[in-house]
Design a protein around this ligand. Structure first.
Ligand code: FAD
Length: 274
């Protein structure tokens, strides 16, 4: 496919997980990603694993983006981590607020992702390409849809180069979001985040909390398959490939896949798009 693709991983927790992810990455490199990104646990909880995985990707000759969340962080800690990433040769960041697990006081010197973006620009100039998160179906903690659009525009204007969306299965939400923020003066690429469907309960559980809606017809079909994993995967492949097809035909700048550290579903979707 001519359209750029990128792949997101989370840092593995065990040596076996790291070995498995190494194999998954090699499989996905066959699709020639523009870059691969690695998530970062809020409060720095996965910092070591995130940076190690980013380092492994760079050593494999592929561009790597480190996610970087600021909730609970201080300017001094962010400055030190930026210096580490720069020394590693990282040129791309996904700058986020993040969510602290309940029970943690917010604390820290950053309140919104826009604070982090502005800080990174002030500290490091144009050393990093900065991505930010976008929510076509509205961030779950937003005061209102309008304030969420405004907050998005503010963080882009603080110095972001591009954005990646939360996943969605309703393409109209994405198109409407892009139109609305364009009217607020945002003209950076907004790349759809794509979540392949490979299981039912995990997706249904996860989506409510993160600001992604599973349309009723998809939810009911998934529930109807019960434990029939083969049918869930076949249905998921069809639904998500159709979604990507619509997006590609509408001229999106790229596709970013939430791989969940698996290669099969993402590979099948990209191959079908070809
Ligand atoms: P923000 O842009 O700061 O927005 C958070 C909320 O604050 C929104 O409701 C917004 O409307 C509101 N807001 C923002 N600015 C203002 C303002 N000035 N005044 C009032 N309200 C405001 N989480 C992780 O922990 N690690 C990851 O690696 C990670 N990767 C992600 C990658 C992508 C592509 C996406 C879409 C999400 C990712 N997340 C990750 C989840 C993200 O951390 C959460 O969704 C978090 O709740 C919000 O982060 P944000 O950067 O979007 O925050």
């Amino acid at each position: 496919m001519d359209l750029p693709v990128s792949f997101e991983f989370f840092p593995p927790k065990t040596p076996e997980g790291a070995d498995k992810l190494g194999v998954v990455r090699q499989q996905l490199y066959a699709l020639k990603p523009e870059f691969c990104s690695v998530t970062y646990g809020a409060g720095g909880s996965t910092q070591e694993g995130t940076f190690a995985t980013v380092g492994a990707i760079l050593a494999e000759g592929v561009q790597a983006a480190s996610h970087f969340s600021c909730i609970g962080a201080t300017k001094a800690s962010v400055r030190a981590e930026l210096a580490t990433l720069k020394a590693m040769g990282v040129k791309r960041l996904v700058a986020l607020r993040g969510d602290l697990p309940s029970g943690y006081g917010a604390g820290g010197e950053f309140h919104h992702a826009s604070d982090l973006v502005a800080f990174i620009r002030a500290e490091t100039g144009d050393d990093f390409h900065i991505e930010v998160a976008a929510y076509p179906e509205v961030h779950p903690q937003a005061k209102s849809p309008e304030s969420d659009l405004q907050a998005f525009a503010t963080k882009v204007k603080a110095g972001a180069n591009s954005a990646i969306t939360q996943y969605f299965y309703n393409s109209d939400a994405y198109f409407r979001f892009v139109d609305d923020v364009y009217k607020l003066g945002v003209d950076v690429p907004i790349v759809p985040g794509i979540m392949p469907i490979t299981s039912s309960s995990q997706l249904l559980r996860f989506s409510d909390a993160c600001g992604a809606e599973i349309p009723r017809w998809i939810r009911l079909r998934l529930q109807g398959y019960g434990d029939d994993i083969a049918s869930i995967k076949a249905f998921g492949l069809e639904v998500v490939t159709d979604l990507c097809d619509q997006l590609v035909h509408a001229g999106v700048p790229a596709l970013h896949f939430y791989t969940m550290n698996q290669s099969a579903a993402t590979t099948a979707i990209v191959q079908q798009l070809d």
